[in-house]
Design a protein around this ligand. Structure first.
Ligand code: CP
Length: 316
């Protein structure tokens, strides 16, 4: 297994099975700190820099919370418009990260351009973590989600993942790549215009991800162990920020999870959603035994503790 110390976390394309389990084990070790709401001094001499060119609630704050739990420091920006990268100067990623690398020890970047964190990693001497790049990938979210599956189901192997929603989404890409390392089936359900791109499916074929595409929730709901959801009503992820139009539409029934749909699901199936949600996941579902998205949100802090401590070399 490759060392995590100093490593960029840009994609799950190249993640090996042992590396997933290594991070899950570190997360298990650190979880009591989050559960007991303690702060420790594991990263007391380290600083996290956040560079968010797109809005975020969970990803930025979970990384920041994780750093605080580990006794580290946090600096950065959550609105590029208040920096020289987002004003008149439109400062390049290269010039920006040449500054940021002097301000801390690890950089977490979200950007509207696919590949921007990869570009940052070329010019930055500190590890770069991809917090979501355009439609590209969202590796830390899927690490969080697979850790949640492991904790809630006791296994990842042997499960059927039904992934519902916009399959152009960065989470869906990271999920497809990650699942190549497990003995699972990925069932894809998406509106036609949000279907996975042929190039992405070709990559899944090459990596050996076991997937099939279905047309209707009724075809798969009874088989699902993990129901993985993304909205189909959502902004354009290639924009820095997008206001919600008045006519943003409603989610077609085929891509919604409701208490009625869940009556046909396995009793022990779980629902994950990276959030935020629109009307594809109604608040009524929160009361069902299947809902695990709040646990997923909690695990978001735990997994970021595991990632930050690993890339900062706390375990070597
Ligand atoms: N899940 C997720 O990426 O949420 P945020 O956009 O709030 O970070």
């Amino acid at each position: 297994m490759r060392s995590f110390t100093g490593r960029d976390i840009l994609s799950l394309k190249d993640f090996e099975r042992s590396e997933f389990f290594h991070l899950f084990e570190i997360a298990d070790r650190l979880e009591p700190i989050a559960r007991e709401r303690r702060n420790t001094d594991l990263l007391a001499h380290k600083t996290l820099v956040t560079a968010f060119y797109q809005p975020s609630t969970r990803t930025r704050l979970a990384h920041e919370a994780a750093m605080h739990r580990l006794g580290g420091h946090v600096t950065g920006f959550s609105d590029a418009k208040m920096t020289r990268a987002g004003d008149f100067y439109q400062e390049s990623i290269k010039d920006t990260v040449h500054m940021l690398e002097y301000y801390g020890d690890v950089l977490v970047m979200r950007h509207f351009e696919q590949g921007a964190p990869h570009e940052a990693a070329k010019w930055c001497s500190i590890p770069v973590i991809n917090a979501g790049d355009g439609w590209g990938e969202h590796p830390t979210q899927i690490l969080t989600d697979l850790y949640t599956v492991l904790k809630e189901k006791g296994t990842i192997d042997g499960l059927t993942f039904v992934a519902i929603g916009d399959h152009r989404m960065r989470t869906m890409h990271s999920l497809g790549y990650a699942l190549s390392q497990f003995d699972v089936e990925m069932v894809i359900l998406a509106p036609e215009e949000m279907s996975p791109l042929p190039e992405f499916l070709a990559e899944l074929d090459e990596k050996g991800t076991n997937y099939r595409v279905v047309d209707h929730i009724d075809d798969v709901i009874a088989e699902a162990d993990v129901i993985y959801m993304e909205p189909v009503i959502q902004p354009d992820y290639t924009l820095s920020v997008q206001e919600r139009p008045d006519d943003y539409g409603l989610t077609p029934a085929n891509y919604k999870i409701t208490p009625e749909v869940m009556k046909r699901a396995k009793g022990d199936s779980i629902i994950l959603h990276s959030l935020p949600r629109m009307d594809e996941l109604l608040p009524e579902v929160d009361q069902l035994k299947h809902a695990r998205y709040w646990q997923e949100a909690y695990n978001g802090v735990v997994m970021r503790m595991a990632l930050l401590s690993s890339v900062l070399g706390a375990w070597e």
